[in-house]
Design a protein around this ligand. Structure first.
Ligand SMILES: [Zn+2]
Length: 349
């Protein structure tokens, strides 16, 4: 470690305090901080300073014996800012997004629990604020931080949904960008959700004339001029294997939608089940008109909503109820739907 400390050290302009008592070496830049402040904010440094002094001397006591940190300088500096300005005093609206991510990452690394919670909350506030614009580069960094810090699934999910929103019919090539980001953060789940988003915003059709036909309200022979109309979405921005994966998911989810036309079997003999089946059949029939319920998840959400006010009036105490069981199964299916998308867009087939 010590050989990394070369002569080309410079003191950080802002965070090399002459009265500091803990020197850090960060990518050739020296920082001199105060142990009291580090001890108070960080369990890592609290524990480190409680240990007996290391014999090799690399304990931050002087410029020649700094504690070496393998963090990028801007990241380390952002953390110093949170330590010295007091993160609670930093106004979220004045903070640039990258800095919040830097602080979150460092707070996690050095066990600054209160600071980490603050960063996580600031993250969520910014993500949920529709006025805030995010570049994909920034969202990628945020996703990486949220994943590395093991922040709850909802923080990751909000970052992801921001990214997924960038995929639209007008900007189909954004699918490629999200796939690249999903590769970088090693998330096959995100990749599957990106393909799914692409199908959603293309109205579940990979054929432009089919979409035009729906919009126009019906097929015309003009539209069927096969010589001039591109029948397939060109998808030139995808590699062949990415195209294949998209098509696989398209076929698999269309198959699921076909299955959903009939009510999933409920093996309970409660009188509500027959009523349920009838209602399902009415809605399911609409799926055969291809502009109704194009998305199987949306169909299920709609069925769930429609069944919400139902009560089973024939239900006998102590006997299992079809409606109750059915509801819980549908809820379970919907809760895991996004996570299960990888099975529809498999990596290998
Ligand atoms: Zn019942």
């Amino acid at each position: 470690m010590d050989d990394a400390v070369g002569p080309s050290q410079v003191k950080d302009e802002e965070y090399f305090f002459e009265d500091g008592n803990c020197v850090f070496w960060v990518e050739g830049v020296l920082f001199n901080l105060h142990r009291t402040i580090l001890r108070r904010n960080s369990t890592f440094f609290h524990n480190l300073f409680s240990l007996p002094k290391a014999a090799d001397g690399a304990n931050g006591q002087s410029n020649d014996q700094p504690i070496v940190c393998h963090d990028p300088v801007p990241t380390f500096r952002a953390w110093c800012c949170a330590l010295y300005a007091g993160f609670n005093n930093l106004q979220p609206e004045d903070l640039d997004k990258e800095k919040v991510a830097h602080i979150g990452l460092m707070a996690h690394k050095y066990g600054c629990d209160a600071m980490e919670n603050w960063a996580k909350d600031t993250f969520l506030t910014k993500l949920e604020d529709e006025e805030e614009d995010f570049t994909n580069e920034c969202l990628e960094y945020w996703l990486r931080v949220a994943t590395q810090c093991y922040w709850p699934r909802n923080v990751v999910a909000v970052s992801e949904s921001r990214l997924l929103d960038s995929i639209s019919e007008e900007n189909p090539h954004h699918l490629r960008d999200v796939i690249r980001i999903a590769d970088n953060v090693e998330s096959e789940g995100l990749k599957a959700r990106a393909y799914y988003q692409f199908l959603r915003c293309h109205e579940w059709s990979l054929s432009p004339p089919q979409r035009a036909d729906r919009a126009a309200g019906g097929f015309t022979f003009m539209l069927a001029n096969a010589a001039t109309i591109p029948w397939f979405e060109p998808l030139t921005f995808l590699t062949d294997s990415q195209k294949l994966r998209l098509h696989h998911g398209y076929i698999a989810l269309s198959a699921l939608r076909d299955q959903m036309r009939r009510m999933p079997s409920v093996d309970i003999d409660c009188s509500c089940t027959a009523r349920l089946r009838k209602r399902w059949a009415q809605e399911g029939e609409k799926m055969s008109l291809d502009w109704f319920y194009l998305d199987p998840k949306e169909f299920l959400q709609s069925m769930r909503y429609k069944l919400e006010p139902w009560v089973c009036d024939n239900h006998e105490p102590g006997v299992a109820c079809g409606l109750a069981m059915f509801r819980s199964q549908v809820d379970g299916f919907l809760d895991t739907f996004d996570d299960n998308l990888v099975r529809f867009f498999p990596k290998h087939f």
